[in-house]
Design a protein around this ligand. Structure first.
Ligand code: SF4
Ligand code: SF4
Length: 390
C-alpha cells in the first residue's frame, strides 16, 4: 500500500534535507502533476534532433512520461548537488605554466615524474602535451556520490514516515526529463546555457532523483536561502527571470554551440561535451577542430554564469595517456566520470587534440601510437589526424 504525506510534513522534511551539507536544493513533484507537462518543448526539440545521441531519441517517449517506465511511482524527489561538493580523486599534482605558477591540476602523469622530467630535458620525446578535462571529471564520479546522497534521503524519509516504501535512485541512469522536473519542482530555471540555474549556485549543480511510491501533496518546492534555510521556492512550473539573458554563456562558448535566441538555442552537434563524451564515431575534420585541447567535457558556458562556483578544469598528460597500458589508464580513471567515456574514447580525443596542436612532436606521438594500436577507431582517427595536414 502506498504511503501518503501531506504538504506540511513534506515541507518540514524537505527543509531538513535542503539544509544538510552537500545539497543545494531539494524539491518533489507528484506523478499526477507530471502528466502532459513533463518535458518542455525546448528539450523535446533537442532530444528529437538528428544530431542528438540515439539513446536520447529512442527514450523520448519514456522521458515524456515517467509514469510509463515507473507505473507504480507516485512522486519524484529531485536534488541539485553542487559540483564543488564532489570529493577530489587522488593522483593529481599541480601543473605549472611557463612562469612556474600553478595553472590547473594535472592527473595521473605517473606520479608527476613525467612532468618534472619534461621540464629538465628538452628533447622531443619529453615534450609535454596536456588535454583538458572538465572539473567534475577530476573528482569522484558524481553518479556514485549522488547515489550515496539519495540512499541517505531514502533512509531519512523512511525514518520520518515510520514505514518503508518503494524507491529507485536515478542519476543519469533512467530516462527522466530531469531539467524539466527540476523546474517543475521549483529548484530553479533553465538558462541559455541549457543548465539548471539554482539561486545562489548558478549553473554549478548536477541533478539526481529518487522515484518513489509515496503519494505527496505538493505545495511548492524548497530552496535554501543564503543562511542555508529552506524557503518557499519559485512558483511551480513557472519560468522565471533568474537567467537574466546576459549572454555571457553564449559569448564564452568557444564552438558557437549556443545562440542568443531568447529560448536558448543549442546546436548539440557543435558542443565539445557532446563530441568528447557521447559521439563514439570518428570525428570529421571540422568536428575535430572544435575540441581544441579538450579531451573530456567542457563547461566553459557554466563558469561564466552568475553565482556559479566551479573548480578549475584539470588536465591529463597525453603522452602518458597514449603510452602506458590501457589497463593502467583504466585503473587510473576508475571511480571518476571518465570511466563512462572509457580508455578508447579518451585516446581518440587525445589523438585529435595532438592533431590540433599540429607540432612535429605531437604528430610523431600520434604516428608512434598508430603503429601500436589494434583499435580500428584509433587507427582511423590517427590516420585522419596525420593526413589532414595541408
Ligand atoms: S550566463 Fe547569463 S544568459 Fe547564460 S545562463 Fe547564465 S544568466 Fe543566463
Ligand atoms: S559545454 Fe562548451 S561547447 Fe558545449 S555549449 Fe558549453 S561552452 Fe559550448
Amino acid at each position: 500500500m502506498s504511503t501518503q504525506v501531506n504538504s506540511d510534513f513534506l515541507n518540514a522534511f524537505i527543509n531538513a534535507e535542503a539544509s544538510t551539507g552537500g545539497v543545494a536544493a531539494v524539491g518533489v513533484v507528484s506523478i499526477c502533476e507530471l502528466r502532459g507537462s513533463t518535458l518542455s518543448a525546448r528539450f523535446a526539440a533537442d532530444y528529437l534532433s538528428p544530431a542528438s545521441p540515439r539513446y536520447l531519441r529512442e527514450t523520448f517517449s519514456l522521458r515524456s512520461d515517467p509514469g510509463k517506465l515507473f507505473p507504480w511511482a507516485r512522486s519524484i524527489f529531485i536534488l541539485a548537488i553542487p559540483f564543488t561538493a564532489l570529493p577530489s580523486v587522488s593522483g593529481s599534482i599541480e601543473a605549472k605554466d611557463s612562469s612556474g605558477a600553478p595553472s590547473f591540476p594535472l592527473l595521473f602523469p605517473d606520479g608527476g615524474k613525467v612532468c618534472r622530467k619534461s621540464q629538465r630535458e628538452n628533447n622531443s620525446r619529453n615534450t609535454r602535451f596536456v588535454g583538458r578535462i572538465a572539473a567534475y571529471a577530476a573528482r569522484i564520479d558524481y553518479h556514485v556520490f549522488a547515489k550515496s546522497i539519495l540512499a541517505e534521503l531514502a533512509e531519512d524519509l523512511k525514518s520520518a514516515l515510520g514505514r518503508d516504501f518503494r524507491a529507485v535512485p536515478a542519476v543519469d541512469t533512467q530516462p527522466l526529463p530531469e531539467r524539466s522536473l527540476a523546474v517543475l519542482a521549483g529548484l530553479g530555471t533553465i538558462g541559455r546555457n541549457q543548465a539548471l540555474l539554482v539561486p545562489g549556485y548558478g549553473s554549478g549543480c548536477f541533478l539526481c532523483e529518487l522515484v518513489t511510491d509515496v503519494i505527496v501533496e505538493t505545495g511548492g518546492a524548497q530552496i535554501p536561502n543564503d543562511d542555508g534555510e529552506a524557503v518557499r521556492g519559485m512558483e511551480k512550473g513557472g519560468e522565471t527571470d533568474w537567467c537574466q539573458g546576459c549572454g555571457a554563456c553564449v559569448s564564452n562558448c568557444p564552438t558557437g554551440a549556443l545562440s542568443c535566441d531568447s529560448r536558448g538555442g543549442f546546436a548539440m552537434e557543435r558542443c565539445r561535451s557532446h563530441l568528447t563524451i557521447e559521439r563514439r564515431e570518428p570525428l570529421s575534420d571540422s568536428e575535430s577542430e572544435l575540441l581544441g585541447d579538450w579531451i573530456f567535457g567542457c563547461g566553459e558556458c557554466l563558469n561564466v554564469c552568475r553565482d556559479t562556483r566551479l573548480p578549475p578544469p584539470a588536465g591529463i598528460d597525453l603522452r602518458w595517456l597514449l603510452e602506458v597500458s590501457a589497463g593502467e589508464v583504466s585503473r587510473s580513471i576508475k571511480g571518476t566520470a571518465m570511466e563512462y567515456a572509457g580508455v578508447t574514447q579518451l585516446r581518440r580525443n587525445a589523438l585529435i587534440v595532438l592533431g590540433n596542436d599540429s607540432s612535429k612532436d605531437a604528430l610523431e606521438l600520434v604516428a608512434r601510437f598508430s603503429r601500436r594500436t589494434s583499435s580500428e577507431l584509433l587507427r582511423e582517427t590517427a590516420a585522419r589526424v596525420l593526413y589532414r595536414r595541408p
